[in-house]
Each structure stands twice: as C-alpha cells, then as structure tokens.
Design a protein around this ligand. Structure first.
Ligand SMILES: [Zn+2]
Length: 256
C-alpha cells in the first residue's frame, strides 16, 4: 500500500511538475518582456519596426517615461517633419478609444511617424477599421498591433447599463461591447470592479476578433508575423498594463 501511494505520488508530481516548469519558464520570459529594469527607458526605433516583440518593449519604455514624468517627446522637430515626405514606417498600430484622456502618442511618448492609430468609442471596430488595420499590416509592414482599452471607459459603462434603445448609431457601439458587459455583469462585483472587468474583457474579445479576422489578419497572426496584444490604460497613474492573457497566447510563448 505504501509503495502504491509513493508511486502514485511520484506520478502525480511528474504530471504536475511538467506544466509548472513550462509555465515558470514562460512566465520569466513574459516577465522579462513586460518589465523594464530600473532606469531602462530607451529602445531603438528601427529595431522596433523590424521586431514586434522589441516594439512592445519600446511602447513599454515610452509609457514608463510618460508615467515617470520623463517624457522626451521624440521626433517632432522641424527637421523630423522634413523627413516625412520620405514615407512612413510606424512600428505599432494602436486600436484605441476616442476618449480625450487617452492621447496615444503622449502616453507612449512617441513621435511623428511612430504609431498608426484608429480610435473609436470603446475601440469598437467596423469594416473601415479592419481596412485601416490591414493597410498598416500589409502596405506599411507594421508588425505590432495593440488594442488599448482604458479605465472608466464611458462607452463600456454605457453598454453595462444594457440600454433598450440607444440613440442613433450608438447602438453599433453598445452591441459590440455587449458580450463583455454581460460577462462582467455575471461576476456580481462592486460597480467599479465590474466596469474594470468589462473594460478588460472587451479588450480580450477585440484581440480575439482581430486574431481570427479573415482573410488577412488571421494568417498574419497564425504565422507569427504580426503580434496582436491587448492593454488597459490607467487614467490616474498614466500607466499602460498589458494583459498577460494576450501575451501568453502569442506564438513565441504558446508554442512551448
Ligand atoms: Zn473609452
């Protein structure tokens, strides 16, 4: 009996240890990717354009500069503007909310020509947004896409109330955010936590939608050529938090 228990325990620990080891390794890689060391604030622009994982790092560094009151406001001098006629090579596409408190270039401390951006309330996407994102991916070769939600999003807040007859075209926004709103409603939390959860879930749904979007984005994502991740911006601290769930499922980490 004792032997049987020992063997059983060994088997259990073997099975348990395997996924744990992998998770630990992935976690350290993810941690390395998402956390800048103290005093690390800068990333090369050309490398960020070529390597989307490095591009992610560049956004993190830029946001740290902004949140730590160390913004350098790069690439916006007269000389920089003169280079514009040579074309554009934005290293990231941002799908953000139209909210005036989330100015993308400022919160990531980036300059002219760095970010390709579509903004709608609740960063809801429709046909024209898909075309815009595909244009950045296929024509401009931008390899990093960030869906950026934010704390206290009015559009998500409105969807949480599940209005029967929203005015005019607002119905498009409400319908798109509804699955995340229902998800959060079910969690039975305090109002603020419920809204936070809906904001996060809305971003996760939008990341999933883009990763599966035929005919362009689904292939670009599956091949690992384009990264599509989600993040939430905190209005009070100025910090962008990348959602780990959307990082762990990237090809680089998911394969292991
Ligand atoms: Zn918003």
């Amino acid at each position: 009996m004792k032997n049987f228990l020992t063997v059983a325990a060994m088997l259990v620990s073997t099975f348990m240890a395997l996924p744990n080891t992998i998770t630990a390794q992935n976690n350290s890689n993810i941690y390395e990717l998402l956390n800048a060391k103290e005093g690390e604030y800068f990333a090369d622009r050309d490398s960020a354009y070529l390597d989307p994982y490095y591009g992610l790092k560049k956004l993190i560094y830029g946001n740290n500069r902004f949140a730590d009151n160390k913004s350098i406001r790069p690439r916006q001098t007269d000389a920089d503007l003169k280079n514009n006629e040579l074309g554009q090579k934005p290293f990231a596409t941002i799908i953000g909310c139209a909210d005036s408190r989330v100015p993308n270039e400022i919160i990531f401390d980036q300059g002219v020509g760095d970010l390709f951006i579509t903004r709608t309330a609740g960063q809801v996407m429709a046909e024209a947004s898909y075309g815009t994102i595909e244009y950045a991916t296929v024509v401009l070769n931008t390899k990093l896409i960030v869906v950026l939600g934010h704390e206290s999003c009015g559009a998500v807040g409105a969807a949480m109330k599940l209005p029967e007859n929203p005015p005019g075209h607002v119905v498009t926004l409400i319908n798109a955010i509804k699955p995340a709103a229902l998800f959060a409603n079910e969690a039975d939390l305090e109002e603020k936590e419920e809204l936070d959860l809906a904001v996060r879930q809305n971003v996760i749904e939008q990341v999933k939608l883009l990763r599966g979007l035929e005919p362009v984005m689904s292939r670009k994502f599956a091949s690992g050529e384009t990264l599509i991740v989600g993040a939430v911006y905190n209005l009070k601290t100025g910090r962008v938090e990348f959602i780990e769930e959307t990082i762990m499922s990237l090809p680089k980490f998911a394969k292991k």
